[in-house]
Design a protein around this ligand. Structure first.
Ligand code: ATP
Ligand code: IPE
Length: 270
């Protein structure tokens, strides 16, 4: 029997916050994208929403070196601050969803997850399955987690999507949609180099070459930047789960993709 398509949509941290100013949401961008998501839901698209942290948790995460674990006497406090910062942005997203009458429930990743060296090994996802059945939008986000190896770690939205899509693929046909501030993957950072070449597809034929392009980029942050995204997405592609990286700054790009129209973006497929 054909399974229902399930979109796991991430709104990147650089897209929904101003990364140059701590704790600054880009509220106009957030409202427009949530409006597009609402339209897709009204067309019976089934979704899990995820979002990055951008300028909310990235400053505290760097200050306390949270991605390295419990490394000094400030680490325990630091981890809780990073969580607080991430959940502040999440509250804004939830508030905006409720404002436009989309029933949405936040799922706090740090309270349902155990990780090992930044990879999720356990996550209690039964509530997410039930929410999907009730057509309530589950909203996850990049967060901290307890880590059996390092004490704590940072969980990227991509890592959460990796775990969720593998677990949910028995029941659904997952497809990952990453909304960014660029059109997809390029031969070098397109924001710094206007002559960068666009790469429409990442497959087993060019994966290693693309990884080279991304390793040399300067855009690496506490969760590994574009390289981490492509590594996780390629791992999923091997499991039969495809994804697209597209530009969320272009009006109706996300909506059009969810409606099944062709949009510019990098598709990652095995
Ligand atoms: P964050 O909040 O961490 O920025 P994000 O999900 O919005 O989260 P990044 O981790 O910053 O995204 O990664 C996306 C960025 O990577 C793009 O905005 C782009 O400037 C940069 N980048 C670097 N090299 C490349 C490349 N070769 N192709 C595409 N983007 C690249
Ligand atoms: C990072 O999450 C969250 C924290 C630093 C706690 P993501 O990796 O999903 O977020 P962005 O898109 O890089 O901000």
């Amino acid at each position: 029997m054909k399974k229902d398509r399930l979109f796991l949509v991430k709104l990147g941290g650089s897209l929904i916050t101003d990364k140059t100013k701590p704790y600054t949401p880009r509220i106009d961008v957030i409202r427009r994208l949530l409006g597009e998501i609402k339209e897709a839901i009204s067309m019976e698209r089934r979704l899990i929403l995820g979002h990055g942290g951008g300028s909310f948790p990235h400053v505290s995460a760097s200050k306390y070196h949270t991605y390295r674990g419990f490394v000094n006497e400030k680490s325990l406090y630091g981890m809780t601050v990073v969580h607080r910062d991430a959940s502040r942005l999440n509250s804004i997203i939830i508030e905006e969803l409720l404002e436009i009458d989309v029933p949405a429930l936040p799922i706090q990743p740090s309270s349902i997850t155990i990780a090992e060296d930044s990879r999720i090994i356990e996550m209690y996802i039964e509530p997410i399955k039930l929410l999907l059945g009730h057509n309530i939008l589950p909203v996850v986000y990049g967060d901290v987690a307890l880590d059996l190896e390092k004490g704590c770690c940072i969980l990227s939205t991509e890592e959460i999507f990796r775990f969720l899509s593998i677990k949910l693929k028995e029941e659904y046909d997952p497809y990952i949609v990453m909304c960014e501030v660029v059109d997809g993957i390029y031969s070098k950072d397109p924001i710094k180099y206007p002559d960068a070449e666009f790469i429409p597809r990442v497959t087993r034929d060019n994966y290693l070459e693309v990884k080279e392009y991304l390793s040399s980029s300067h855009g690496i942050d506490v969760t590994g930047g574009m390289l981490h995204k492509v590594e996780v997405l390629f791992e999923l592609a091997k499991e039969g789960i495809s994804s697209i990286i597209l530009n969320g700054l272009i009006q109706n790009n996300l909506k059009s993709f969810l409606e099944g129209k062709h949009v510019k973006g990098t598709i990652i497929q095995y």
